[in-house]
Ligand binder design. Structure first.
Ligand SMILES: Cc1ncc(COP(=O)(O)O)c(C=O)c1O
Length: 461
């Protein structure tokens, strides 16, 4: 045995013996030299041999017989299938800063996040909530946070609900997965088309049937819903994703009436309703519902940051007990530290102040960006539905196809999404106008002129 510098002697002996046993250099049930003989032979201490033998014993490579010594455990040869030896195809891993400018609709401006406050609140969570932190959370989340959210949605979204109807989760997708488990097998789930592609992928992985439904100028088509007869429909009434339409009250009433007549559910994804610019706050669909037909999905990904992974769902009363029964033995997946810190942030009024501050910041960026876009693209751009949220839609003249736009933007390190990504059927490329989704939350105000110039290079050069 060669001695290797920096390695314990016992570890070296253990590794060498293990290797030899696995290479079948020993007979099955062969006796190993006694500790004393092995130590003498290798000129090492008996303690080192003892430690190596004990480790081999613990892992099952050898066994002992009282007063007789150590023996080699009979082992089968491990099968190595040459066909199973496949290499992982890894493309170059994207680095965090692979984009220079971003028009992403998914992000927030985290430079403004009150890191010091959040850190102080986390400290208080450690000081005051050790009981919560050292045990498995309630399946619906800590009751304090559910109470805070119940108050928050009452004055922000007009929702009157009991904290027992609220379920905390680590993202809207996770909550939707849990919700799908409550709904009957084989149910038809209608989604908006164009719409949030992640929900489409998620539904396809469940027992449900996905039914994409086109939009008209008021949002999801009620006539098509009546034709398809789904058991539930997922909608974004506050700010249709991605087109930006605010669903008018007439369509809201149509939808609610359809749901109560057919005993179907409406899943309201209220992902960015906190941000309204030329209008006042618009009440949620949940607050209109008198028949327990709406399931509400809310998130802190837009107001705070997506990396927090904090979202919630408000269930109609008849689903609450069913949810609890189904999840009786489950462990929730959100971070308790984040949940309790968020609770303090909401309860003590910091959250509301922060959202107001971000609202101002986003309003300014949005205005500046629209001005820059119109200035650069002149009559070749139509900016649409900019009254809400953290993104808007533009139509711009270009000869490039959707695929070309996406690859050119990537090449030029501009994060950019087109309508093609959110449509079920690939969009026509022969039209001269292409529809893009322009998010303004991540980009810094000072970068906007360069980002717009970069967009011009992508579309026109
Ligand atoms: C349409 C839509 N719904 C929901 C969400 C929120 O997802 P989550 O709560 O999982 O972060 C987003 C996030 O960007 C979104 O764009």
């Amino acid at each position: 045995m060669q001695r290797e510098a920096g390695q314990y002697i016992y570890r070296q002996l253990y590794s060498q013996l293990k290797e030899d046993i696995l290479a079948f250099k020993y007979e099955s049930r062969e006796k190993l030299p006694s500790k004393r003989d092995m130590a003498k032979y290798l000129n090492i201490s008996v303690n080192s041999v003892k430690a190596a033998y004990e480790q081999l014993l613990a892992e099952g490579y050898i066994y002992t017989e009282e007063r007789k010594g150590y023996f080699i455990e009979p082992l089968d040869k491990l099968i190595v299938d040459p066909n199973a030896q496949i290499a992982l195809e890894v493309q170059e891993l994207p680095t965090e800063d692979s984009f220079e400018y971003s028009f992403s609709h998914m992000s927030t401006d985290i430079a403004a996040f009150p890191v010091d406050l959040w850190t102080k609140l986390i400290k208080r969570v450690f000081q005051n909530y050790d009981n919560y932190l050292s045990s498995i959370p309630h399946i619906k989340g800590p009751v304090e946070l559910r109470q805070s959210i119940a108050k928050l949605v009452s004055y922000q979204r007009g929702i009157q609900c009991h904290p027992e109807q609220i379920v905390i989760g680590s993202g809207t997708n996770t909550l939707l997965t849990k919700l799908m488990q409550l709904l009957p097998k084989g149910i038809k789930i209608a989604v908006e088309n164009p719409g949030y592609s992640r929900f489409r992928s998620l539904i396809k992985q469940t027992h449900a049937h996905l039914e994409p439904i086109s939009l008209d100028n008021k949002g999801i088509s009620i006539n098509k819903i009546k034709q398809v007869q789904p058991g539930a429909v997922i909608v974004t009434p506050s700010h249709q994703f991605p087109m930006g339409t605010i669903m008018p009250v007439s369509r809201r009433i149509n939808l609610l009436n359809w749901a109560s007549e057919t005993h179907s559910y409406i899943i309201e994804d209220d992902y960015d309703s906190e941000f309204k610019y030329e209008t006042d706050n618009i009440p949620s669909l949940f607050s209109f519902d008198k028949n327990e037909r709406v399931i509400y999905l809310g998130t802190f990904s837009k107001t705070l940051m997506p990396g927090l992974r904090m979202s919630y769902m408000i269930l109609p009363i008849q689903l609450v007990k069913q949810f609890e029964m189904l999840n009786l033995n489950m462990i929730p997946d959100f971070s308790m530290i984040n949940a309790l810190t968020l609770n303090l942030m909401i309860k003590e009024g910091h959250y509301e102040k922060y959202v107001k501050k971000m609202h101002h910041l986003y309003e300014k960026k949005r205005e500046y960006l629209i001005a820059q876009l119109t200035n650069v693209f002149k009559n070749n751009i139509k900016v649409k539905d900019t009254r809400a949220g953290l993104h808007f839609i533009v139509e711009i003249n270009t000869t490039y196809s959707y695929a070309e736009i996406e690859s050119r933007a990537k090449e030029k390190r501009l994060e950019l999404y087109t309508l093609n990504r959110f449509s079920v059927e690939p969009l026509e490329n022969n039209k001269t106008n292409k529809t893009l989704i322009i998010g303004f939350s991540k980009i810094k105000q000072a970068q906007i002129p360069q980002a717009v110039r970069r967009l011009k290079e992508v579309l026109w050069e």
